[in-house]
Design a protein around this ligand. Structure first.
Ligand code: NAP
Ligand code: GDD
Length: 364
């Protein structure tokens, strides 16, 4: 045990020192998906390491820079127009940014939606990485590439899942990420010597999480119920288990993976899983409320202390095929990257509940 701890400590120290060296040289990073949850935290983190940050931003009908309000005016942040569906725009962004490091975070990242739009999901998640890699080879072949892979790739493989666990995806999203990993990450690393690796990240959340993901849906809905603005809300599968961590912790691991001597894939997780039901219960505690579950299946309801139904189950939120249980084994991340999460499940739930409560109250 002592030997293991000291190895982990040395590895961690080595990575920290390498990061400090890099910071001195003012590296350039290009982030696809900079407007998303992870992109915004990663951009902020890289700025603290004195990077010059470039971000690929696509056209949307609403302001795409909502999550970047804190850093968008920073002169070290450069946003370039582009889309993973368009090779020329990727090429232009790479030529302009001339990045040392590329973080490919852009994706159609909603698993439920991937059943409804499988083609769109493959276009962005699979062919998008292919286009990016192709342009990297021509424009900046020495750049190091991080690919946002996912625990959803493990699908029905029993937990705990680690780097050696088989991929058994059940959703078009999971399939697109497995294929992208196999063809472009493993394939180009082995056949073309590209510095590219996958971070196989388990679910990570934050107050910036998209509002349709279950954790954010729960924290927003219960904040509204607490404020008397809503009576109840519906969920799908309450018994699905996920290994939920804090996004701000996970972006540190992405960066560390690109500072290694050799590119290696790594699972990033907390090692602890909770069910959707437990996420509801922890959020209820954060709001100083009570819940009792009654009934089963689609008839199950969650009732508050006054006897009001506040949670129902609706089949429309069930997935055609479900990943029932994900729990990562982060031993390699600890040993090789010296990485561990700082925020616990309880702290994460409280952080999200407080942020949504205060934001909604302020908007009244
Ligand atoms: P997210 O909030 O949904 O962000 C996705 C980003 O991709 C957004 O910036 C989005 O831009 C951009 N994007 C989508 N389609 C694009 C296109 N065609 N061209 C360029 N950009 C495009 O996702 P996230 O939670 O930050 O996740 C980041 C990455 O990690 C994703 O690849 C996801 O699959 C992966 N991942 C996430 C988790 C997790 O728990 N969060 C776990 C494992 C892996 P708009 O703002 O314009 O929509
Ligand atoms: N979204 C959603 N909405 N999910 C629900 C609901 C609901 O009303 N009710 C129950 N769930 C269950 C889903 O069926 C799933 O089992 C679990 O809650 C988590 O769903 P999401 O929050 O949508 O996340 P995800 O695990 O499917 O996908 C996220 O994590 C992946 C990593 O494992 C996304 O961030 C993916 O991009 C990421 O790769």
């Amino acid at each position: 045990m002592a030997e293991f701890l000291s190895t982990a400590h040395c590895e961690g120290l080595k990575v920290e020192l390498e990061s400090r060296d890099m910071a001195k040289k003012k590296k350039r990073a290009l982030i696809t998906g900079i407007t998303g949850q992870d992109g915004s935290y990663l951009a902020e983190y890289l700025l603290t390491l004195r990077y010059e940050v470039w971000g690929l931003v696509r056209r949307t009908s609403l302001d795409p820079l909502m999550r970047l309000q804190g850093i968008a005016p920073d002169p070290r942040v450069h946003l370039v127009y582009g889309n993973l569906r368009d090779s020329a725009s990727i090429g232009r962004a790479l030529a302009e940014a001339q990045p040392d490091e590329i973080y490919n975070l852009a994706a159609q990242s909603d698993v439920g939606i991937s059943f409804k739009c499988p083609e769109e999901t493959f276009e962005i998640n699979y062919f998008g990485l292919g286009r990016l890699i192709n342009e990297v080879q021509h424009i900046c072949p020495k750049a190091r590439v991080y690919q946002a892979s996912t625990s959803e790739m493990f699908g029905t493989t029993k937990p705990p899942q680690n780097e050696r666990s088989p991929f058994r995806p059940v959703s078009p999203y999971g399939e697109s990420k497995v294929k992208a990993h196999e063809d472009f990450v493993v394939g180009y690393r082995e056949r073309h010597g590209l510095f590219i690796c996958s971070g196989i990240l388990f679910n990570h959340e934050s107050p910036r999480r998209g509002e349709h993901f279950v954790t954010r849906k729960i924290s927003i809905s219960l904040a509204k119920i607490k404020l008397g603005l809503q009576k109840s809300f519906a969920l799908g599968n309450l018994d699905a288990k996920r290994d939920w961590g804090f996004a701000g912790d996970y972006v540190r691991a992405m960066h560390r993976m690109l500072q290694r001597e050799k590119p290696e894939d790594c699972v990033i997780a907390t090692g602890v899983a909770h069910s959707v039901r437990e996420f509801v219960e922890e959020t209820i505690r954060a709001f100083d409320m009570k819940i009792t579950w009654k009934g089963t299946g689609v008839k199950e309801v969650g009732v508050d202390a006054a006897g009001n139904t506040i949670v129902t189950v609706d089949k429309k939120f069930y997935r055609p095929r479900e990943v029932n249980s994900l729990r990562g084994d982060p031993a390699k991340a600890k040993k090789r990257l010296g990485w561990k999460p700082n925020v616990t499940f309880k702290e994460l739930v409280r952080m999200m509940a407080k942020a949504d409560y205060e934001r909604i109250q302020k908007s009244l």
